[in-house]
Write a protein that binds this ligand. Sequence first.
Ligand code: MRU
Length: 377
Amino acid sequence: MADQYARSGDGKRPTGIPALRWEEPPEGPVLVLLDQTRLPADEAELVCTDAAVLVEAIRSLAVRGAPLLGIAGAYGVALAAARGFDVEEAAAALAGARPTAVNLAVGVGRARAAHQAELARSGDTPQAAAAALAAARALHREDAEASARMAAHGLALLDELLPAGGHRVLTHCNTGSLVSGGEGTAFAVALAAHRSGRLRRLWVDETRPLLQGARLTAYEAARHDMAYTLLTDNAAGSLFAAGEVDAVLIGADRIAADGSVANKVGSYPLAVLARYHHVPFIVVAPVTTVDPDTPDGASIEVEQRPGYEVTEVTAPQVPVAGAGGGIPVAPLGTQAYNPAFDVTPPELVTAIVTEEGAVSPVTTAALAELCARSRQV
Ligand code: MRU
């Protein structure tokens, strides 16, 4: 992780942003998170000493984004084991902290399985804790590797679909190093295009209501000196109509066996706009985000978030006023519809890019073949 603190060309700003790290001070192991609820104003860290603190950090979105949730969940199991908590209880609480991103349950399950296997083999509790930590570290490393491969595959696809170059890419939510052991998913592709001089503009949707685009993607894009412009989610339509978007690049929280893609709410309207305007709509996600046990979009559980996220504007620096601790922007008692994600049907997805390559057109058979190939590696 140390090289992620490397300074950028101007000598002032770190280029990579480690979203979490494992530390072992004399008081006992901890998982240190960059508190994403406080970005971009404040680069504050949140120290998790047990799984319960981490569960709360996951719910509040201090740590978030599908791949990182998997990594955090795995470290959470390791933390519970290392600190002598009930590992089964911790694993259940962590896996259930948020329902949509399949990576969370996958990451938790992987560390839990390593812990159980070592316990069954040796009966030694510290050794079992070490096995859980090794599993978390392996997942962390693999995610960084997958990220680099997704970036390469995604850039190759962009160049193939847009041979004229000078890509103007629209993205939604946040998919960079804040959600990954590496440089992310969709954002990593845009970053690769930027580094090779082929990104003309990154259009960043602000991503209501929690502003992951404005707060986090703009923060990452600025650090990399990318040419980016922030827009309200509502402005995407007129941007497409003006012919200013060459491709949409987004991540995913869960991809069903039929290729339906759950991602941050607002992704589906972008897919509809992209189809109308004949613009490629590309999903970038690691194979671990594909869930063969979820047959279709209707089977994906979409997390419903508290209404105050819509009826109030929250920021750590503002005085506490509304029920959620923010400034009310709607009359008191207003009900809000606040799904965290929406589901895009496979027929609107031009391609799904993974570390194993791209699937296009998106079909059940092609996805199954990709997953099988990945299991053989
Ligand atoms: O609610 P969040 O901020 O966790 O939602 C994150 C997203 O929707 C991301 O686009 C998704 O996890 C893909 S991240 C590579």
